[in-house]
Design a binder for this molecule. Structure first.
Ligand SMILES: [Zn+2]
Length: 153
């Protein structure tokens, strides 16, 4: 990133809508904790998104936000993300790579945005108990269904 003076940065942030300014300020102030790489053949490990700390929830747990990497031409690759019921983040990349639905959720959840039925939820929890999600973090890197979530702090 080219060096930008603090006052110029402040000026830039002031021009943006609140939500976006807050996101950018968090990124700039080093609250990014993870970067997300897409491991498809097309993207070959390109960083497509960031996770950063966005305060804590009412129970004091750290809340994360996901932001796409915005390229100089304004384009993004990370179209969507979702916190899955196996507690991993899933992502959708413009290349077609999509991990938003965990294998435990497949069948009970679809991409139509509708919540699962009660039976569907019971099925997901039964699957998770029978066969717990196992995505170990090794040297700060966790690989989840075609994406790599890499600790950067
Ligand atoms: Zn991709």
């Amino acid at each position: 990133m080219p060096h930008v003076s603090d006052s110029a940065l402040h000026e830039m942030l002031a021009q943006l809508p609140d939500e976006q300014a807050r996101s950018l300020a968090n990124i700039v102030s080093g609250k990014i904790t993870h970067q997300v790489r897409c491991l498809s053949e097309t993207c070959q490990g390109e960083v497509v998104g960031y996770l950063y700390v966005d305060g804590t929830d009412s129970r004091g747990r750290i809340k994360y936000r996901v932001e796409p990497v915005v390229k100089p031409d304004g384009s993004i690759k990370l179209y969507a993300h979702r916190k899955r019921l196996d507690s991993q983040y899933g992502f959708e990349c413009s290349c077609g790579q999509d991990s938003r639905i965990a294998r435990h959720e497949a069948g009970a959840l679809k991409y139509d945005g509708k919540p699962p039925t009660r039976e569907g939820l019971e099925d997901i929890y039964a699957q998770l108990q029978k066969n717990p999600a196992d995505y170990p973090e090794i040297n700060g890197i966790r690989e989840v269904d075609g994406f790599q979530i890499e600790r950067v702090t």
